[in-house]
Design a protein around this ligand. Structure first.
Ligand code: SF4
Length: 260
């Protein structure tokens, strides 16, 4: 049993502690995965959109120092910068390949992947453990699959941070407004003591626009679209290319797909 799975199972204990039954043993993870796959397939047969993102690692230039996506995200969402790495607020950031895909890493992977910096963000999981543990419903999954946050309802318990196996949530240990050099007025700032994360730019999606990171990428490495539309660009990319997702054994069913 690897560290990630063991930690994830430990989190299941936390889920139970807040009165919600978890199902994070290996067998049930597989069962959940097939159930969720079925749910996605069912939704694909009809119904509203299911938003997802495809990250084409052959096009991404993070390794060359490109920060276009994270800079656009930070500016759009009033994300503060801090010198203290333990207090960092991250919506889209990078992790080395071997830490992003620990179950798929091997010593003989191509040089183009070994130690490559991979853009990571909230996976907007089909089966999000963060939602199950939140005691105030400050985080929830919408019909279109976006995992949302209501910062006014967040009480800062950080159960969601413990439950997320991807490190996709950040806690405001400091007042974020103190370290904003400029403020984008049409997006709310947050306060000390609340958790935050990527929301797939739901405010832009509602207007028919792409997420800020997708629009900012100069290489077209990030593609956002509707999994339920067989003609969407994301479906075409997934149909014609081999893709992987992060920690598939956990049964969370991430909606960020990586082309390697
Ligand atoms: Fe929740 Fe983490 Fe999945 Fe995002 S990646 S939906 S924060 S469990």
């Amino acid at each position: 049993m690897d560290y990630d799975r063991r930690r994830f199972i430990q989190i299941a204990g936390l889920t139970t502690a807040v009165g919600i039954t978890g199902s994070q043993n290996a067998d049930s993870a597989n069962e959940t995965e097939s159930t969720e796959s079925h749910a996605v397939a069912q939704k694909a047969a009809g119904g509203g959109p299911q938003w997802a993102m495809v990250v084409n690692l052959k096009k991404c230039r993070k390794d060359k120092g490109c920060k276009a996506c994270s800079m656009a995200c930070n500016q759009t969402h009033n994300i503060p910068s801090t010198e203290n790495p333990r207090h960092e607020i991250k919506w889209i950031w990078t992790e080395p390949y071997e830490e992003t895909f620990p179950s798929q890493e091997n010593h003989f992977a191509p040089d183009s992947l070994q130690h490559k910096q991979i853009p990571v963000l909230c996976n907007h999981c089909e089966n999000p453990p963060c939602v199950r543990v939140c005691p105030t419903k400050a985080t929830w999954k919408r019909e279109d699959g976006i995992v949302m946050m209501d910062w006014h309802r967040c009480i800062g318990c950080r159960y969601c941070i413990a439950a997320c196996p991807y490190g996709s949530r950040s806690f405001n240990w400091e007042d974020p407004r103190n370290s904003l050099k400029s403020i984008t007025p049409d997006f709310p700032t947050r306060t000390k003591g609340v958790v935050e994360k990527c929301t797939f730019c739901e405010e832009k999606v509602a207007k028919g626009e792409k997420p800020a990171c997708v629009s900012a990428c100069p290489e077209g490495a990030l593609v956002f679209g509707n999994l339920n539309d067989p003609n969407s660009e994301v479906r075409q990319l997934l149909r014609n290319n081999f893709s992987i997702r992060r920690k598939p054994g956990l049964g969370t069913q991430p909606k960020i797909y990586y082309l390697v």
